[in-house]
Design a protein around this ligand. Sequence first.
Ligand code: ADP
Ligand code: ASP
Ligand code: MG
Length: 814
Amino acid sequence: MKVLKFGGTSVANPENINRVKAIVQKENDKKIALVVSAFGGITDLLLQTSQLASNQNLAYKEVLTEIENKHIAVVKDLIPVQIQSTVLSKVKSDLNVLETLLEGAFLIGELTPKLSDKIVSYGELLSSFIISEFFKSERLDAVFKDSRALITTDETYGKANVNFKVTNKNCQDYFKTNTYQINILPGFVAASSNGDSTTLGRGGSDYTAAIIAAAVGAEILEIWTDVSGMYTANPKLVKQAKCVSHISYEEAMELSHFGAKVLYPPTIQPVLNKEIPIVIKNTFKPEDPGTLITKNNNKQGKTVRGISHVGNISLLSLEGPGMIGIPGISKRFFETLSLEGISVVLITQASSEHSICVGISDDDVDSAVNALNEAFAYEIESRKIKPIIVEKDLTIVALVGDNMKSHQGLSGKMFSTLGKNNVNIRAIAQGASERNISAVIKKTDVKKALNSLHEEFFEENIKQLNLFVMGVGNVGSKFLNQIGKQTKYLKEELKLNVRVIGISNSRTMTFNENGISLSDWETELANGEKADKEVFFNTVNALNYRNSVFVDNTASEAVAESYTKYLKNSISVVTCNKIACSSDYEYYKELKQLAKKYNAPFLFETNVGAGLPIIDTLKHLIASGDKINKIQAVLSGSLNFVFNNFNDTVTFHDIVKQAQEEGYTEPDPTIDLSGIDVMRKILILTRESGHQLDIQQIENDAFLPKESLETNSNDSFFASLKKHESSFQELYKNANDVESKLKYVAQFENGKAKVGLQQIPKGHDFYNLEGSDNIVLFYTERYPNQPMIIKGAGAGAEVTASGIFADIIRIGNF
Ligand code: ADP
Ligand code: ASP
Ligand code: MG
C-alpha cells in the first residue's frame, strides 16, 4: 500500500484536481490512501473569518461567502449535473454548520481553541469529500474516509498530540478490512477521545499522511506539492537553489525544523522508526524525480545539504550578576516557558554564565515575557537579575548536513560570508548532533543572507554582482552595452554573474529584480518611473542584495554626495565622477574609511586617464612599499586634443568647438580649459600617493584670458574665445619659434602640485603625445631616474566605459 498526500496548491482548483486524478490513475490497481489538504488558501480564510467573527466584526460574513463560493464553484465544475444536487446539498449543509459556528463566535465575541479547530477542520473535510465524489463520478474505485474516525489525539487544540496506540490500531483495522482501491481522507484533522474535532498544527496534512503510512507499514509515503522536491534553500527566495535528490531523515527533519515548509517537521518521526521512504514530488511536474528521504547510508557526500530559515523569531535574554553560581536558574527559565506551552526554537551558546538567551516565535513573546518576569520577580526586584530583554523581528538561518561534523571550518566560513555581506549576527547556535549551525539575524537581511550562503556553499564559485547604474549618457550607455556583450564570457571565464538591477538617468529610473535586459534597457528605462535620487537609493538599500554596486556615470555633485549612504550600507561605489575624490580632503578620507569599514570597495580608476590603469598601478606601488617622489603628467585628453590640433591655420575657437562636439571635453568646456579638470586629477593622484592636499593648494597657471574664465554660458565662452584669438595664436607662435609643442602639464613634487601650459621641447616624453592621449610619469624610490610611464588614450566614452568595467571586475575579484 502507498500513501499519497496532496497539498493545498495541488488541489486549489478543478484543473489541479484533474492533475491529481491523473497521478492517482497511474497507480493502476495499487491500494492507496490519498490524504488531501484544504483547497489552497482556505485554511487561512477560515482562520481569518473566525477571528473577525470573534471580534464581532461583520466582515466575517464576506470571508465566509468567499469560502462558500469557492467550494460551490469546484463542485459545479467537477461533478456531473446528474449527481450535482446530492453533492451540493451535502456541501451546503456543511457550510450551514460552519455558518452557525461562526455566528456563535460572533454572538459570544469569543473564539475558544476548541471552536477554532472545529471551524478550521471544515477546510479539509470539504475538500476530501468533494474530491472523493469527483473520483467516484469518474468511475475510480474510491471512497471517502473521515480521518477523525482513525486519528485520536489529546485535547491540545491547534496542535494536538496523537495517541499512537489507538490511532495505529484504528488505521490497521480500517485498511485491513476495507477493499476500495483509493481511500480519500482529509489531512490535518483528527478527533479527541470524546469525539471533538482537533487539528495537528499548520501544515499538518503531511503529518496525517505519515501517521497512516507508519500505522499500515506503507511501502512509500509520497508528498505531492508545488515544488519539485526539497531544495538547497527555499526556491522562492533563492533563485539558484537546486533540488536535492537524496537526503536523510535527520537532515530533512532539521531543514524542516528550521523552516523548510515543504515538509511539516513532525512528519518524519512516525515513518523514520519504520524506515518507510518519503518522496517529495511536484504535482505540476510529475516527471521530475523529486527528493527521496531515507535513512542515511551515505557518510561521505556533500557536507552542507541545505540552508533553511525560520522567520518571526524573537530573542529573549535573561541577564544579571545575580545569576552567577546560582544553580537552578536555567531549570526555572525553561520550566516556565514549558509550562506556558512555549516551544524554544533555539538556545544560544551563552558567552558567560550570567546570561541565558533563547529564540522563540514572535507570537509567544508576550506570554513568555510575562511568565518569566513573574517567575523571577524576586530576583528582578532585588536587582540580581534584569527584567527580560526582548529583541524582535529576527530570523534564524541554518546550515544543515549529516556530514558537517566531520569538517572543520564550516562555521567560520558561514560567519565570514555573512560578515562580508554586512549581515549582523545576533546569536549563534550549533546543534549537539553537529548537524546544523544556526545564526540569528535581522529579518530584513534574510534574502541577502540566504543568497550569500547559497553562493558560498552550493554555487561552484559563481559570484553574482548586482549593479545599480546612475547616468546613461555617453559613458553610461557604452558601459551597459559593453557588459551586455561580455555577460557570457564573464560567467564562463571569470565566474561572475553580472546583473544590472537598476538604471536611472535624470528623467526616469527602472528596477528589475530579474536583471534588466541589456539589449533593450532603453525601453525599460523609458517606461520607468520618475527619477529620484533618494528613491533610487532607498530602493537599492531595500532590495538589500549581496555584492551590490552603485555605478555613478554622472558629473553631478549631488550624486557624489550620496556615496556615503551607499557605502554605509555595504554597497560598493564605482564612479567616473571626479567630484567626490577631488572635493574636501575630509570627504575623500571619509569615503575611503567607510569603504574599509563596510567591506564595500570604492573605486574610481576612470577619474584619471579614463580606462588607463593609473590609479590601480599607483595603489600597487604604494601597497608594495614604494614611495612616490614626483609625478609629471599630461592628464587632459581634451586639452591634448585641442593643442595637438591647434596651429596658425585654424582658430582656437573652432578646435575647442570640435573637441566639444566629438565628446572630448566635459559638457561645460571651461572645466577643461580652465585647468580645473586637470587640477582635480593631479589632486587625486597626490592623495592616492598618500599626501593630504586640497584643491586650493594647487597652483594653476591659467592660459585663458580672465574674461573667458568668467563667462557663464557656453555661448558667451565661445564668443570670448573668438575675441581673444590673437592671444592664443601668440601662445602657439612662441612655442613654435623654439621648436616646442604646447602641452598642459600637471606636476607634483616635494609635496606641491601645479598645473599649467608648458612648451615641451623635442625629445621630451610628452612631445609626441598624440590625439587625446594621456601620459603619466611616476618617479618613485624604485624608479628614481627612469620613471614608470603609463600612456594611452585618456579620454572618450568607450575607453572610460571600459575603465568602469575594469573596476566592476576588480570588485568581482575582491
Ligand atoms: P503544500 O501546500 O503542498 O503542503 P507548502 O506550501 O506547505 O505546500 O510547502 C511547499 C513550499 O515550501 C514551497 O512552495 C516553497 O516555497 C517552500 N519551501 C521552503 N523551503 C523549501 C525548501 N528548502 N525546498 C522546497 N521548498 C521549500
Ligand atoms: N490546510 C492546513 C494548513 O494550511 C494543513 C495543510 O495544508 O497541511 O495549514
Ligand atoms: Mg505543507
